[in-house]
Design a protein around this ligand. Structure first.
Ligand code: PLP
Length: 447
């Protein structure tokens, strides 16, 4: 690797690549020379432990040999085929996915990623119920295409408004900063469900086609629903004839130690959207898992939607290989073990150790650490949606992590622990030790 190579990568990027969610002139992305497993490195050979699994999609890590082999084999056989024709790997993957989702699911509609999965799930729900309104949570992220960004309940929506007028937002549970002034998880569930039912009634149950919920709110804080909440949502959907759509784009395919996160909450949604972990993002792929009832509805009615690359064979071949690796390497058991035995005790210990740690929460390899100025008042370390000088304390934390060889996943006043699911115990402990040291830097700045 030469300095000239790196300079060329940087120059082409700066001149010709238009980046996501960025003020184009203000960014200077790090050129990446390669990656393997849970690490990637720059052109100087400096290695980073990837504690965000890229965008929480690289579940099986960089350059997994089984996934790379699947791409090669499929490319040699049939690199592409249009979606109106039947294809072996597409069908095989659809069967594996519906089987993993549970017996009430029948079919999969494949998309290119998570946003278009949500768009199409909403489209199906509207057609199935004949009702147009969709409810989604504040503090959610559902993607950046037209309907998906309207459904999103975080600041990324603001600059894209006006939103789809048929979207209604509501508060979900967030025990650490309860919008319902509750005293604990039980009361949080009860009050959140009361408030949701009131919103449904006041909006008009006869107008609401779907409720779309991230099973565990992801980028906006790893908000694990308190016991009973999702069951309560399911009951309200049944009571009012509303389709329950679970957005499992970030949590699906093992992130929580279950194949799908809803499986730990004793609920069965009507539609499940997925992307990311289905094939670790090696080739773009997403989709909607469709319940038997909704699939049958379309047996004699046209579904008015489609994508040129729906069920792309290269992407599906990596998906099939992903199921093989999960089975062979016991990925779900590894995630549970790492979460319970390594991450949870260390993070809970930080509540005592670090003045700046206000809350820790999560499951499996999906955790958030919420940083505060003051534990008693819970004032966030940086203001909501902070940027520039206001965000400096978090920027200092991120810089300390990167200097020590860890690429953190940080948002507002939180840092998340969501590495590739194949991370080893040694790598996990090494990464957590780096975060521990960086938190000490934040502690010192508070005093
Ligand atoms: N839904 C959730 C929960 C997500 O986290 C994301 C992306 O981060 C999306 C949807 C959108 O997925 P994509 O970026 O593949 O369109």
């Amino acid at each position: 690797m030469t300095t000239e190579e790196e300079a060329l990568v940087r120059a082409n990027d700066r001149s010709h690549v238009f980046h996501s969610w960025s003020v184009q002139g203000a960014i200077n992305p790090m050129p990446v020379a390669g990656g393997l497993g849970s690490e990637f490195w720059d052109y100087d050979g400096k290695r980073y432990l990837d504690f965000g699994a890229q965008l929480v999609n690289l579940n099986l890590g960089h350059q997994h040999p089984a996934l790379i082999a699947a791409i090669h084999a499929q490319a040699d056989r049939l690199a592409t085929i249009q979606p109106a024709l039947a294809n072996d790997v597409r069908g095989e993957l659809a069967a594996l996915v519906t089987d993993a989702a549970g017996e009430s699911f029948a079919k999969v509609f494949f998309t290119n990623g998570g946003a278009d999965a949500n768009e199409n799930a909403v489209r199906m729900a509207r057609l199935f119920t004949g009702k147009r309104k969709v409810m989604a949570m504040y503090r959610s992220y559902h993607g950046s295409t037209s309907t998906a960004i309207s459904l999103t309940g975080d600041p990324r929506r603001w600059a894209n408004e006006p939103s789809d007028p048929s979207v209604v937002h509501f508060h979900g549970p967030y025990p650490y900063r309860s919008p319902f002034y509750s005293d604990g998880p039980e009361q949080e569930t009860e009050r959140a469900l009361e408030y949701l039912e009131q919103t449904i009634v006041l909006e008009g149950a006869a107008t609401i086609g779907a409720i779309l919920i991230e099973t565990i709110v992801g980028t906006n804080g790893v908000l694990v629903p308190p016991p009973g909440y999702l069951k309560g949502v399911r009951a309200l959907c049944d009571k009012y004839g509303i389709v329950y759509i679970a957005d499992e784009v970030m949590v699906g395919f093992g992130r929580t130690g279950e194949m799908f996160a809803y499986q730990a909450h004793d609920v069965v949604p009507d539609l499940v959207t997925f992307a990311k972990g289905i094939n670790s993002g090696y080739v773009p792929l997403g989709g909607v898992i469709i319940s038997r009832a909704i699939a049958e509805y379309f047996d004699d009615k046209m579904f008015p939607g489609g994508l040129t690359y729906s069920g792309h064979p290269l992407a599906c071949a990596v998906g099939v290989a992903t199921f093989g690796v999960f089975e062979r390497d016991g990925i779900l058991a590894h995630v549970k073990d790492m979460g319970e035995r390594v991450v949870e005790p260390i993070l809970k210990g930080w509540l005592e150790k670090h003045p700046c740690v206000g809350d820790v929460r999560g499951v499996g390899l999906f955790w958030a650490i919420e940083l505060v100025k003051d534990k008693a008042t819970r004032e966030p370390l940086v203001p909501f949606n902070a940027s520039g000088a206001d965000a400096a304390p978090m920027a200092a934390f991120v810089a300390a992590c990167k200097a020590a060889g860890l690429w953190p996943f940080a948002h507002f006043n939180r840092t998340h622990v969501c590495p590739p699911l194949v991370i080893t115990e040694e790598e996990l402990r090494r990464g957590l030790a780096i975060i521990d040291d960086a938190l000490t830097v934040v502690d010192r700045a508070l005093t």
